[in-house]
Design a binder for this molecule. Structure first.
Ligand code: GLN
Length: 257
Protein backbone atom coordinates (compact mmCIF):
# COMPACT_ATOMS: atom_id res chain seq x y z
CA UNK A 1 0.00 0.00 0.00
CA UNK A 2 2.74 2.45 1.02
CA UNK A 3 4.79 1.52 -2.04
CA UNK A 4 1.75 2.14 -4.26
CA UNK A 5 1.31 5.65 -2.81
CA UNK A 6 5.00 6.45 -3.30
CA UNK A 7 4.74 5.38 -6.92
CA UNK A 8 1.73 7.63 -7.51
CA UNK A 9 3.48 10.57 -5.86
CA UNK A 10 6.56 9.99 -7.96
CA UNK A 11 4.53 9.89 -11.17
CA UNK A 12 2.77 13.10 -10.12
CA UNK A 13 6.08 14.78 -9.34
CA UNK A 14 7.54 13.78 -12.69
CA UNK A 15 4.39 15.03 -14.45
CA UNK A 16 4.59 18.37 -12.65
CA UNK A 17 8.27 18.77 -13.51
CA UNK A 18 7.54 17.90 -17.13
CA UNK A 19 4.75 20.47 -17.42
CA UNK A 20 6.89 23.20 -15.82
CA UNK A 21 9.86 22.45 -18.02
CA UNK A 22 7.65 22.58 -21.13
CA UNK A 23 6.25 25.95 -20.08
CA UNK A 24 9.76 27.19 -19.37
CA UNK A 25 10.88 26.01 -22.81
CA UNK A 26 8.01 27.82 -24.49
CA UNK A 27 8.90 31.02 -22.70
CA UNK A 28 12.58 30.89 -23.41
CA UNK A 29 11.73 30.05 -27.03
CA UNK A 30 9.86 33.35 -27.39
CA UNK A 31 12.41 35.27 -25.37
CA UNK A 32 15.19 34.09 -27.67
CA UNK A 33 13.88 36.05 -30.68
CA UNK A 34 16.45 38.83 -30.95
CA UNK A 35 15.30 42.27 -32.06
CA UNK A 36 17.99 44.15 -33.97
CA UNK A 37 17.99 47.92 -34.32
CA UNK A 38 18.16 49.11 -37.91
CA UNK A 39 18.75 52.69 -39.03
CA UNK A 40 17.87 54.35 -42.33
CA UNK A 41 17.39 57.74 -43.98
CA UNK A 42 13.87 57.76 -45.42
CA UNK A 43 14.14 60.33 -48.24
CA UNK A 44 15.27 57.58 -50.62
CA UNK A 45 12.16 56.10 -52.28
CA UNK A 46 11.36 53.38 -53.14
CA UNK A 47 14.12 51.90 -50.94
CA UNK A 48 13.53 53.98 -47.83
CA UNK A 49 10.56 56.26 -47.38
CA UNK A 50 7.61 56.92 -45.04
CA UNK A 51 3.89 56.29 -45.35
CA UNK A 52 1.30 58.99 -44.67
CA UNK A 53 1.44 58.21 -40.93
CA UNK A 54 5.20 58.62 -40.82
CA UNK A 55 6.02 54.90 -40.58
CA UNK A 56 9.30 53.88 -42.19
CA UNK A 57 8.55 51.70 -45.23
CA UNK A 58 10.23 50.67 -48.47
CA UNK A 59 11.92 47.95 -50.46
CA UNK A 60 14.79 47.81 -47.95
CA UNK A 61 12.42 47.27 -45.01
CA UNK A 62 10.36 44.61 -46.79
CA UNK A 63 13.50 42.77 -47.87
CA UNK A 64 15.12 42.97 -44.43
CA UNK A 65 11.86 41.88 -42.73
CA UNK A 66 11.65 38.86 -45.05
CA UNK A 67 15.29 38.00 -44.26
CA UNK A 68 14.55 38.42 -40.53
CA UNK A 69 11.52 36.14 -40.66
CA UNK A 70 13.53 33.53 -42.54
CA UNK A 71 16.39 33.72 -40.06
CA UNK A 72 14.28 34.02 -36.89
CA UNK A 73 14.99 37.57 -35.75
CA UNK A 74 13.07 40.82 -35.58
CA UNK A 75 14.03 44.34 -36.73
CA UNK A 76 13.03 47.80 -35.49
CA UNK A 77 13.68 50.80 -37.75
CA UNK A 78 14.76 54.30 -36.78
CA UNK A 79 15.31 57.31 -39.06
CA UNK A 80 18.60 59.22 -38.92
CA UNK A 81 20.50 61.61 -41.18
CA UNK A 82 22.47 59.71 -43.84
CA UNK A 83 25.70 61.04 -42.33
CA UNK A 84 24.70 59.61 -38.91
CA UNK A 85 24.11 56.02 -40.07
CA UNK A 86 27.69 54.68 -39.97
CA UNK A 87 28.50 56.58 -36.73
CA UNK A 88 25.40 54.97 -35.13
CA UNK A 89 26.78 51.52 -35.94
CA UNK A 90 30.27 52.46 -34.78
CA UNK A 91 28.91 53.77 -31.47
CA UNK A 92 26.93 50.56 -30.93
CA UNK A 93 23.61 52.41 -31.05
CA UNK A 94 22.37 50.35 -33.99
CA UNK A 95 22.98 46.90 -35.48
CA UNK A 96 22.04 47.22 -39.17
CA UNK A 97 21.98 49.95 -41.83
CA UNK A 98 19.12 49.46 -44.31
CA UNK A 99 19.56 52.57 -46.44
CA UNK A 100 20.31 51.84 -50.09
CA UNK A 101 23.94 52.30 -49.14
CA UNK A 102 26.67 51.72 -51.70
CA UNK A 103 28.70 48.82 -50.35
CA UNK A 104 31.53 49.23 -52.85
CA UNK A 105 33.10 52.16 -51.04
CA UNK A 106 36.49 51.54 -49.37
CA UNK A 107 36.02 54.37 -46.84
CA UNK A 108 32.77 52.78 -45.65
CA UNK A 109 34.22 49.26 -45.76
CA UNK A 110 36.91 50.42 -43.32
CA UNK A 111 34.22 51.29 -40.76
CA UNK A 112 31.44 48.69 -41.21
CA UNK A 113 30.94 45.26 -42.80
CA UNK A 114 28.58 44.94 -45.76
CA UNK A 115 26.30 42.09 -46.78
CA UNK A 116 26.23 40.64 -50.26
CA UNK A 117 24.91 43.43 -52.47
CA UNK A 118 21.21 43.37 -53.39
CA UNK A 119 20.73 46.16 -55.97
CA UNK A 120 22.92 47.66 -58.71
CA UNK A 121 22.60 51.41 -59.17
CA UNK A 122 24.31 54.50 -60.56
CA UNK A 123 24.12 58.30 -60.32
CA UNK A 124 22.15 60.57 -62.64
CA UNK A 125 21.56 64.28 -63.12
CA UNK A 126 18.05 65.59 -62.42
CA UNK A 127 16.97 69.03 -63.71
CA UNK A 128 13.75 71.01 -63.99
CA UNK A 129 11.39 69.55 -66.61
CA UNK A 130 11.66 72.69 -68.80
CA UNK A 131 15.49 72.80 -68.74
CA UNK A 132 16.95 72.49 -72.26
CA UNK A 133 20.62 73.32 -71.59
CA UNK A 134 21.67 70.50 -69.24
CA UNK A 135 21.58 67.15 -71.00
CA UNK A 136 23.88 65.18 -68.70
CA UNK A 137 26.95 65.38 -66.43
CA UNK A 138 28.98 66.90 -69.29
CA UNK A 139 26.72 69.96 -69.48
CA UNK A 140 27.26 71.04 -65.88
CA UNK A 141 29.25 74.30 -66.01
CA UNK A 142 31.33 76.54 -63.74
CA UNK A 143 28.41 78.89 -63.04
CA UNK A 144 26.08 76.17 -61.71
CA UNK A 145 24.98 75.06 -58.26
CA UNK A 146 24.43 71.33 -57.92
CA UNK A 147 22.70 69.73 -54.93
CA UNK A 148 23.03 66.30 -53.35
CA UNK A 149 22.47 64.58 -50.02
CA UNK A 150 25.10 64.73 -47.29
CA UNK A 151 27.53 61.79 -47.04
CA UNK A 152 26.21 60.06 -50.17
CA UNK A 153 28.05 59.03 -53.31
CA UNK A 154 26.13 61.84 -55.06
CA UNK A 155 27.60 64.36 -52.62
CA UNK A 156 31.09 62.94 -53.28
CA UNK A 157 30.50 63.46 -57.01
CA UNK A 158 29.21 67.05 -56.56
CA UNK A 159 32.15 67.88 -54.25
CA UNK A 160 34.60 66.47 -56.80
CA UNK A 161 33.06 68.54 -59.62
CA UNK A 162 33.30 71.68 -57.45
CA UNK A 163 36.92 70.90 -56.51
CA UNK A 164 37.77 70.53 -60.21
CA UNK A 165 36.11 73.88 -60.91
CA UNK A 166 33.55 72.22 -63.19
CA UNK A 167 30.63 73.61 -61.15
CA UNK A 168 30.35 76.73 -59.00
CA UNK A 169 29.09 75.08 -55.83
CA UNK A 170 28.16 71.70 -54.39
CA UNK A 171 25.06 72.35 -52.28
CA UNK A 172 25.04 69.54 -49.70
CA UNK A 173 21.65 69.09 -48.03
CA UNK A 174 20.18 66.80 -45.35
CA UNK A 175 17.65 64.96 -47.50
CA UNK A 176 17.02 64.22 -51.17
CA UNK A 177 13.50 65.61 -50.66
CA UNK A 178 15.10 68.99 -49.94
CA UNK A 179 17.38 68.69 -52.98
CA UNK A 180 14.38 68.16 -55.28
CA UNK A 181 12.51 71.03 -53.58
CA UNK A 182 15.45 73.39 -54.09
CA UNK A 183 15.64 72.33 -57.74
CA UNK A 184 11.94 73.06 -58.25
CA UNK A 185 12.38 76.45 -56.51
CA UNK A 186 15.30 77.32 -58.79
CA UNK A 187 17.80 77.53 -55.92
CA UNK A 188 20.03 74.96 -57.63
CA UNK A 189 20.53 74.06 -61.31
CA UNK A 190 20.70 70.29 -60.92
CA UNK A 191 20.62 67.41 -58.42
CA UNK A 192 22.94 64.39 -58.45
CA UNK A 193 21.00 61.42 -57.18
CA UNK A 194 20.72 57.63 -57.54
CA UNK A 195 18.93 56.63 -60.76
CA UNK A 196 16.12 54.47 -59.27
CA UNK A 197 15.41 57.17 -56.67
CA UNK A 198 15.32 59.90 -59.34
CA UNK A 199 12.76 57.80 -61.21
CA UNK A 200 10.66 57.44 -58.09
CA UNK A 201 10.63 61.23 -57.46
CA UNK A 202 9.85 61.93 -61.12
CA UNK A 203 6.93 59.49 -61.11
CA UNK A 204 5.35 61.56 -58.33
CA UNK A 205 6.01 64.96 -60.00
CA UNK A 206 6.53 64.34 -63.74
CA UNK A 207 5.64 67.90 -64.72
CA UNK A 208 8.42 69.46 -62.65
CA UNK A 209 11.62 67.40 -62.85
CA UNK A 210 13.35 65.01 -65.26
CA UNK A 211 16.49 62.86 -65.55
CA UNK A 212 19.01 63.76 -68.25
CA UNK A 213 21.93 61.95 -69.88
CA UNK A 214 23.71 58.74 -69.09
CA UNK A 215 24.18 57.42 -65.53
CA UNK A 216 27.70 57.51 -64.07
CA UNK A 217 29.54 55.71 -61.29
CA UNK A 218 28.13 52.21 -60.97
CA UNK A 219 27.43 51.23 -57.37
CA UNK A 220 25.75 48.37 -55.48
CA UNK A 221 23.69 48.56 -52.33
CA UNK A 222 24.34 46.35 -49.33
CA UNK A 223 23.15 46.12 -45.72
CA UNK A 224 25.79 47.14 -43.19
CA UNK A 225 26.55 45.68 -39.75
CA UNK A 226 29.12 46.55 -37.10
CA UNK A 227 32.66 45.57 -38.03
CA UNK A 228 33.20 41.96 -37.01
CA UNK A 229 29.54 41.10 -36.37
CA UNK A 230 29.91 37.90 -38.38
CA UNK A 231 26.96 36.19 -36.69
CA UNK A 232 24.47 38.82 -37.90
CA UNK A 233 26.16 39.23 -41.29
CA UNK A 234 25.94 35.46 -41.90
CA UNK A 235 22.22 35.49 -41.03
CA UNK A 236 21.59 38.43 -43.40
CA UNK A 237 23.57 36.84 -46.25
CA UNK A 238 21.90 33.43 -45.81
CA UNK A 239 18.44 35.01 -45.57
CA UNK A 240 19.10 37.24 -48.60
CA UNK A 241 20.15 34.24 -50.71
CA UNK A 242 17.04 32.35 -49.54
CA UNK A 243 14.83 35.31 -50.55
CA UNK A 244 16.46 35.36 -54.01
CA UNK A 245 16.06 31.57 -54.37
CA UNK A 246 12.41 31.42 -53.23
CA UNK A 247 11.22 34.34 -55.40
CA UNK A 248 10.51 36.81 -52.56
CA UNK A 249 13.20 39.19 -53.86
CA UNK A 250 11.54 39.33 -57.31
CA UNK A 251 8.10 39.84 -55.73
CA UNK A 252 9.44 42.83 -53.78
CA UNK A 253 11.07 44.28 -56.91
CA UNK A 254 7.68 44.01 -58.68
CA UNK A 255 5.95 45.63 -55.68
CA UNK A 256 8.27 48.63 -55.33
CA UNK A 257 9.60 49.37 -58.85
N1 GLN B 1 23.61 55.32 -52.92
C1 GLN B 1 24.00 56.48 -52.22
C2 GLN B 1 25.07 56.14 -51.24
O1 GLN B 1 25.30 55.00 -50.93
C3 GLN B 1 22.82 57.18 -51.54
C4 GLN B 1 22.09 56.37 -50.52
C5 GLN B 1 21.00 57.13 -49.79
O2 GLN B 1 20.89 58.33 -49.86
N2 GLN B 1 20.18 56.46 -49.06
O3 GLN B 1 25.73 57.02 -50.80
Amino acid sequence: MKKEKMKKLLILAVAVILVFSLVACGNSGDGDVVTYKAVTEPSFPPFDTTDKDGNIIGFDMDLMNAIAEDQGFKVEYTALGFDALIPALEAGNADIITAGMNAEDPARQAKVDFSTTYYDSALVVVVKADNTTINGFGDLTADMKVASQIATTGADKADALAAEGKIKEAVILDAFTTCILQLRNGDVDAVIIDKPVAESYIKKQPDYVKTVGEPEGAESYGFAVQKGNKELLDKINTGLQNMIDNGTYDELIAKWF
